[in-house]
Ligand binder design. Structure first.
Ligand SMILES: Cc1cc2nc3c(=O)[nH]c(=O)nc-3n(C[C@H](O)[C@H](O)[C@H](O)COP(=O)(O)OP(=O)(O)OC[C@H]3O[C@@H](n4cnc5c(N)ncnc54)[C@H](O)[C@@H]3O)c2cc1C
Length: 293
């Protein structure tokens, strides 16, 4: 099928984009890398009257470290994140996760802002930003605001973005060099959206006890889910198999999976426990390597 007729707008600055959004926001869609939106338009699941193509907007393609964050401009492509040395060093969790996003062709076109705004609960970047308690910078003609992933992701493919707003920047906290992180996923084939994925970060103190923990699960709830009770439970404990298993069981209890053609709800819950354990063990091993415990 072909998309419904639309008016094509091609701004070259953030200001121009925001003006268009103010004027046409209710009837418009932003087009970024097009990897999710174009199929949706072709299937006529969305029929916007205006398409605002931000591909030529200047100043939104960057990766930089500032104030303890890796700040990534909304138009930065997955491939640039994949190749970034600074992300590999400062936020290895993101580096590991990005390889799971689709195939090379998709990572060449798809953008960070698009992935976050599309809010697929099985997508890797929403899971990582939720685990790390990152920030999303949203802009409109009234100014900018910073929202947490918890405020931003509302449910399947729905965010708190208003019609006159765009995602301008996404911020991932820099990880402590002594921490270990792991991103694990089960998908039918590499490149498919994950059935369940888990992002975990663990830091160990000089006694070898857990001093910091982050866990998020994607694909098993309507939004990526930070498992705070398990994170709190881990603090101050030695990372024994029993302790990590108990935290993984807590993760499995905390998700709200739905069944679909790829997996039943029960399977997704079971997988959440298995994958959380796998991610935690890997993160602990990597932290031990960093701290040489
Ligand atoms: C075969 C295939 C497999 C894929 N597999 C995966 C996968 O495994 N994991 C994964 O995460 N993704 C996957 N994707 C999706 C891909 O990662 C997309 O790139 C991503 O979801 C959206 O980024 P985009 O730049 O292409 O956004 P677009 O498709 O251009 O836009 C997506 C949505 O976000 C909105 N939007 C875009 N940019 C902004 C912005 N700056 N501010 C506000 N709204 C904005 C658009 O209006 C639209 O609603 C796959 C896609 C395909 C086609």
């Amino acid at each position: 099928m072909k998309p419904f007729k639309f008016n094509y707008l091609r701004p070259t600055s953030v200001e121009e984009t925001l003006q268009y959004l103010e004027e046409y926001g209710e009837e418009a869609k932003i087009l970024s890398g097009g990897q999710s939106l174009i199929p949706v338009l072709n299937m006529r699941l969305s029929t916007p009257k205006y398409l605002i193509d931000i591909g030529k907007v200047e100043g939104l393609n960057y990766i930089r470290e500032e104030d303890g964050y890796i700040a990534i401009g909304a138009l930065t492509r997955h491939v640039d994140v994949e190749k970034s040395q600074i992300i590999r060093e400062k936020c290895p969790l993101l580096s590991e996760a990005i390889h799971w996003v689709g195939h090379a062709q998709i990572r060449n076109r798809g953008t960070i802002g698009g992935s976050i705004a599309h809010a697929d609960p099985s997508a890797e970047l929403p899971c990582v930003i939720t685990a790390l308690r990152g920030e999303i910078v949203i802009a409109s003609t009234s100014g900018e605001e910073i929202v947490s992933p918890e405020e931003f992701f509302l449910t399947y493919l729905l965010t708190s973005l208003q019609p006159d707003q765009m995602v301008k920047e996404v911020r991932f906290p820099v990880l402590n060099p002594s921490s270990g992180s792991a991103f694990v996923e089960v998908a039918r084939r590499h490149g498919d959206f994950g059935i369940v994925e888990v992002a975990a970060v663990v830091d160990l103190d000089e006694k070898g006890e857990i001093s910091f923990a982050r866990i998020a699960v994607g694909g098993a709830s309507p939004v990526p889910c930070a498992v705070e009770p398990a994170e709190e439970f881990l603090i101050g404990k030695s990372p024994t198999d029993e302790v990590l298993k108990e935290a993984s069981d807590m993760a499995a209890e905390s998700v709200e999976p739905d069944g679909d053609m790829h997996a039943s709800a029960d399977y997704r819950r079971e997988l959440t426990g298995v994958m959380t354990l796998r991610a935690l063990k890997l993160a602990v091993d990597r932290s031990k390597e960093c701290t040489r415990i």
